[in-house]
Design a protein around this ligand. Sequence first.
Ligand code: UD1
Length: 424
Amino acid sequence: MDQIHITGGQPLQGTIPISGAKNAALPLMAASLLSKDSLTLTNVPDLADIDTMVELLENHGVTITSMPINDLGLELTLTANGQLDKTAPYDIVRKMRASVLVLGPLLARLGEAIVSMPGGCAIGTRPIDLHLSALVQMGAQIELKEGYVHASAPDGLHGATIRFPFVSVGATENLLMAASLAKGTTILENAAREPEITDLAECLVAMGADIHGIGTESLVIQGVDTLHSTDHRVIPDRIEAGTYAVAAAITGGSLDLLGVRSDHLGAVIESLTKAGANVANGGDTLTVSHPTGHCRGFDVISQPYPGFPTDMQAQFMALMATADGASLITETIFENRFMHVPELTRMSADITVHGGSAMVRGHRALKGAEVMATDLRASVCLVLAALAAEGDTIINRVYHLDRGYERLEDKLRAVGAKIERVSV
Ligand code: UD1
């Protein structure tokens, strides 16, 4: 099993190229199931979660060719033109919750799907009831048997007006794909507005789908009979960019983040600025710096886009742990998303959790320690804390990082971090 060893205290200086967005690439790959024609995706990040989606789609009968591009990212061509298998097995789905995104496309294309109940990061119970009840409103019959969702729509899916009781990224994506091939008009109300959903909708439109209201909370989809081939470039990863922005601020360094969409980073940039970091936006480069690495404490609350992203909550907690003053960090999207708190506490952070909020009393001396990664964003928060801490930190269970950060050690080493991966 690998560990990451970090010696803290180096202000990071230089340039980090930002990869394509994992959370955009995964639904885009699932969209290949909707057509017998090829879908070519560029700027796909080379990550363990992408490998899992490749394995799942190949298991369904999709032919996939993968080509590395200039040291960073992949070009994938996905063709679902043969006999398709309708089952998403437990052994693959348990590795990644986003596997459930094959449900909508399989049901729309084949009229049948059998999908294992999902696994993924251990951040709460994370049910899929919204996906299922919305598909039922479109005419699907659903049975849960032995840990599998058995979904069928013998007469095809039909359009419906669906109002989600609360915002779900995955349910919006699944329904958007299913509705693209359904008969008639589907209206998705209280839809998620994350940039990854806009990216999926734009790709579906390029494949021939009829979607209106893209980027709003009300999506109107007029079903079509077939979708066709297209080439699509995956948007940059706003969470990876936000993570390295915090790395610049927490180490008192200055980083140029290349290839970002700063319009996707509004709440993160606003929070960095409130914390006292300098943020300059020039085209597709975001420059983030802080003179000392000791920011100002302020309160953060996670919310659906365009609010502050839950996927940046752990990273900001590391930043607030080293800030001057206190901050209250409130998590509203996931229960149990404070598993990084005991690990940060091992590094001398002063944090108390009360229900969905964490009171962080910042101070200037985090100390290196041996810690355990518990989920993807919690792991990277420990990397950030370690970069700022005095002394050496050893992070265990780093496979979580490999799910979501392309060449993390290389990117950080290139800007002056003392970081290495060690096999033990
Ligand atoms: C996606 C992202 C994840 C991010 C999250 C919220 C991907 C691959 N993952 O996850 O990184 O943290 O959005 O921005 O894109 N819920 C239900 N029933 C459902 C569906 C969701 O109760 O049927 C709950 C979840 O448990 C959670 C909340 O709704 O409390 C939001 O979840 P959702 O937006 O669906 O997250 P994911 O799509 O799983």
